[in-house]
Structure formats: structure tokens, C-alpha cells
Design a protein around this ligand. Structure first.
Ligand code: ADP
Ligand code: ZN
Length: 215
């Protein structure tokens, strides 16, 4: 198993780009830590109940919770594939845990892709972000509009705004990103694993840049 880490601020497009890459290459598998956690909250698992409050406030959930979910998921994967890790690791401590998980299952870290997007653009993107509660598809009111306003193209569900996508919480999430996740850039750069990709422009172009960064 190969592991590719997608790094970037909230709203930088990690999930959207991962979706494009997976659609074109079925050997890739997208793993979103935020989706795993939201699903755990919805199912009210012990981890979900603990994570809920942190997520609503725009804070990171404790490292151990998310690290365990990722380790369990990786342990359950048999056969060759490339994991696109979106949203994990998000702290230097999580990166250390991930090193152990990767070694433990005989996987290897292929690359770390940093989607670079200015803060003003992130705020704007999150303000227009809509999500499908039915199938998880992501939209943006102007950048990625659904064919019928407010309805998911794939499953027809009514689109919703994520609980943590309100302006106050977004500001906090950006601060948390700066304080806790940005140090990871240097951490992976020092290992020679970091590939910087401009995260603005048409989605297909960004996806192509990421493909090139990985080849
Ligand atoms: P975004 O990238 O837009 O911030 P995510 O869906 O990746 O959104 O994450 C939503 C929330 O889930 C985060 O604000 C945080 O509370 C929690 N979360 C996701 N990944 C992690 C992680 N690796 N460590 C701690 N908390 C996480
Ligand atoms: Zn849907």
C-alpha cells in the first residue's frame, strides 16, 4: 500500500481533488478524516460522541481518536492500492503516529501534496460550500453548482451547510490550521517528501497538477 497525504487549509479542495483523482484511477482510495468523524458522530459511536463537541467548535479532536480510526482502516485493506489521506495527519504528533502505522502494515509514504490557497479564498470557498447528507458529494454555490439548485446531482438529496462552516467557526479553524497543521509542512519538507501545488484555478487543472506532482 502506498500513502499520499493531501495537506492544505480548510476549504483548500483536498476532498474535491481527491474525488477527481479517484474517478479517473480506481486504484486510488480517498480517505477523509472529516468524513470518517462525521460518520462516527452520525452513528453515535463512542469516538463520535467524544469528537462531536470539538468538531462543532472548529477544534481538532484528540489525536488518539482519529489516529485509531485511520489505523483500523489501514489494517483492513488487503491488496495493492494507493491511499489518498485527506485531513490526516493534521498535527506533528499525528504524523509521528502515522509513521508507525505505515511501518506496521508494510506500507510506504509516496508523497505529501500541499494545496496552496490564500486565506481570503479559503473563507470565500467555505462560505459557499454545500454538502450532500445522502452520498457525501461536495458542491459550491458558484464554483461547483449542482444542476438543480439545492439538490444533489448524484442522489437528489437536499444539500446542507456543514455545522462548522459558519463564519465564526471558520475563522477559528483557520487559526487552528496555522497553529497546528502548518508545522507539518516543514516536517515533510525536511524529509524531501513535500510537493507544492497551486490550489487555485479550474478543478480539472488543479487535479492535473496534482497528478503531475505524483508521477
Ligand atoms: P476541513 O478540511 O474543511 O476543515 P474536515 O472535514 O477535514 O474539514 O474536518 C472537519 C473537522 O473534523 C475538523 O475541524 C476537526 O474537528 C475534525 N478533524 C478532521 N480531521 C482531523 C484530524 N486529523 N485531527 C483532529 N481533528 C480532525
Ligand atoms: Zn448525494
Amino acid at each position: 500500500m502506498n500513502v499520499v497525504i493531501l495537506l492544505g487549509g480548510p476549504g483548500s479542495g483536498k476532498g474535491t481533488i481527491a474525488g477527481r483523482l479517484v474517478a479517473a484511477d480506481p486504484t486510488l482510495r480517498h480517505v477523509s478524516s472529516g468524513d470518517l468523524l462525521r460518520d462516527a458522530v452520525k452513528r453515535q459511536t463512542a469516538a463520535g460522541v467524544e469528537a462531536d463537541g470539538y468538531m462543532k467548535r472548529g477544534e481538532l479532536v484528540p489525536d488518539a481518536i482519529i489516529a485509531r480510526m485511520i489505523a483500523d482502516l489501514m489494517a483492513g485493506i488487503a491488496g495493492p492500492c494507493t491511499l489518498l489521506l485527506d485531513g490526516f495527519p493534521r498535527t506533528v504528533a499525528q504524523a509521528g503516529i502515522l509513521d508507525g502505522t505505515i511501518a506496521g502494515c508494510g506500507a510506504s509514504l509516496a508523497a505529501v501534496v500541499l494545496l496552496e490557497v490564500a486565506d481570503e479564498i479559503l473563507v470565500d470557498r467555505i462560505a459557499g460550500r454545500r454538502a450532500c447528507p445522502g452520498c457525501g458529494a461536495g458542491y459550491h454555490v458558484t464554483n461547483i453548482p449542482p444542476r438543480v439548485a439545492g439538490r444533489c446531482d448524484a442522489c437528489g438529496s437536499a444539500l446542507t451547510v456543514r455545522k462548522d462552516d459558519n463564519p465564526e467557526t471558520v475563522k477559528h479553524r483557520l487559526a487552528v490550521y496555522q497553529a497546528q497543521t502548518v508545522p507539518l509542512i516543514e516536517f515533510y519538507e525536511a524529509r524531501g517528501a513535500l510537493r507544492r501545488v497551486p490550489g487555485i484555478g479550474p478543478i480539472d487543472e488543479i487535479a492535473e497538477r496534482v497528478r503531475r506532482a505524483l508521477s
